[in-house]
Design a protein around this ligand. Structure first.
Ligand SMILES: [Zn+2]
Length: 476
């Protein structure tokens, strides 16, 4: 009985094609019928649920409660904040007919929920006693994108969006920092993805924000992924939505607000950063399956019994799957679970059953070892930690190796024409200068790293005085 092995393009050969092959062959997702939409298949959705579980705990730990607001937003709400509507109008989905009748006021399918949430905040907030008000929602949003790529940029995507209102700007700024810190932790500790957190430039910030902070990760093709964002909204929205409160001195004041989001784009980054020529490589902390058991000659009673025993012993402690399907060969299963990126594989045949041990194979390096059943759970524990650590280490090493300083524009252009990656360079913070750099090299400012020191320098493009080295890259 032979089955065709699934074949994917080599990552080193054609990165874009590899990315699509992995998504399809690992059963993560498929294209939806409307252009730019995608279907999360169970394995891909399980991955999102794993990430969500970790992030949701961190959001709750910040004292933020989950709620749910409507999908539809009156058009007039969106128009209240000038920059916000300007930024989002090119990509809005607008409902003009409802129940067969032309609507008096068109309804927007949420691209983000500031406006609908803040209209409610205006009702709910009266006094300083009502503050801070902190809410989060897990939902879908729609942005009509022209160029789409599964997970990375889709017309409809899943995310969480946190929204808070505070009595002072200082308090709001603390929340902006807490959110980006929680995101960076999820990226580093769970998704094992290195990155740089920093302030966005004026032209790259969120439409309607005073300031935006993002976490930027570097993909293997040298392009950067803006992996999540946290915004200081100042009083921009509270002024137009009239969210006022009576402060402790009895005076009316506008609240200070933040919003922050983390989306299924993170899965795209995860696939790109960790995958290899054989498919996905998932960090154990977010892998839907951490250990897969593959019996060899499973029709032999001692193998079946031993595999069942191992599965029962491990299932309380790990996310473990026993692949005892009779219609597939062990070789086919190895290939399948490698493609799906499962961190550890346990092979159990007649010889292992006899010696009371298993063969353990790690997904990232393919190294094999025999492990006695007596110490199996402990060894798996160690190995999962080691795989998690190694994944982050590879990601960090790649980012460090591909972060370059450019002292002159010639150097800058040379890097962008070659390996790309992150470039650290002085920039004058002028929007026109930034636009020219983008036009000439495709690189945009990704962020001003949070830990960037003030220095004296000259803008890498125009030579004007500059005070900081910014992080540049071509963005996804
Ligand atoms: Zn300049």
């Amino acid at each position: 009985m032979m089955q065709e092995k699934k074949v994917i393009t080599k990552k080193s050969g054609d990165f874009s094609k590899w990315y699509i092959d992995v998504i399809k062959q690992a059963d993560l997702a498929d294209y939806g019928p409307v252009k730019g939409t995608m279907v999360f298949k169970p394995y891909g959705y399980a991955l999102w649920e794993g990430i969500k579980r970790e992030l949701d705990a961190k959001i709750r730990a910040m004292g933020v409660d989950n709620a749910y607001f409507p999908l539809f937003i009156p058009e007039s709400y969106l128009e209240k904040e000038k920059d916000h509507v300007e930024g989002f109008s090119p990509e809005l989905a607008v409902v003009t007919i409802g129940g067969g009748k032309k609507l008096e006021e068109p309804v927007i399918v949420r691209p983000t929920s500031e406006t609908v949430i803040y209209a409610m905040f205006a009702k709910w907030i009266q006094s300083w006693r009502d503050l801070p008000l902190k809410m989060n929602q897990w939902c879908n949003v729609v942005r009509w994108e022209k160029r789409t790529l599964p997970f990375i940029r889709t017309t409809e995507f899943l995310w969480q969006e946190g929204h808070t209102a505070h009595a002072t700007h200082e308090e709001a700024l603390v929340q902006v920092g807490l959110a980006i810190e929680a995101y960076a932790e999820v990226y580093r500790e769970h998704l094992a993805m290195a990155g740089v957190a920093g302030y966005k430039s004026e032209s790259e910030k969120f439409a309607g924000a005073v300031k935006s902070v993002s976490y930027e990760s570097l993909m293997p093709d040298g392009k950067a992924l803006q992996s999540c964002t946290s915004h200081d909204l100042g009083q921009n929205f509270s002024r137009v939505f009239d969210i006022t409160f009576q402060n402790k001195e009895g005076k009316e004041d506008y609240v200070w607000q933040t919003s922050w989001g983390f989306s299924t784009r993170s899965i795209g980054g995860l696939i790109m950063v960790h995958g290899d020529d054989n498919g996905l490589v998932l960090p154990p902390k977010v892998s839907p399956v951490q250990v897969v058991i593959v019996p060899i000659q499973s029709d032999r009673p001692e193998v079946k019994e031993f595999s069942d025993k191992a599965f029962s012993a491990l299932k309380e402690k790990f996310r473990v799957h026993l692949d005892d399907r009779a219609q597939y060969t062990p070789g086919w299963k190895y290939n399948e679970w490698e493609l799906k990126g499962v961190p550890l594989r346990l092979e159990i045949g007649p010889r292992e059953a006899e010696k009371d041990e298993v063969v353990m194979v790690r997904r990232d390096t393919f190294t094999k070892e025999s492990v006695p059943v007596a110490g199996l759970a402990e060894r798996i524990d160690e190995m999962l930690l080691e795989l998690q650590r190694a994944a982050f280490e590879r990601s960090r090493t790649f980012m460090d190796k591909n972060t370059r300083e450019a002292g002159t524009y010639e150097e800058f252009k040379k890097i962008m024409a070659g390996p790309r990656g992150f470039i650290r360079a002085f920039w004058c913070e002028d929007a026109e200068c930034e636009a020219k750099i983008k036009q000439e090299t495709k690189a945009t400012t990704r962020c001003l790293p949070l830990d960037a020191k003030e220095e004296k320098g000259k803008c890498v493009h125009c030579g004007s005085d500059a005070t900081h080295r910014w992080l540049f890259a071509q963005a996804y």
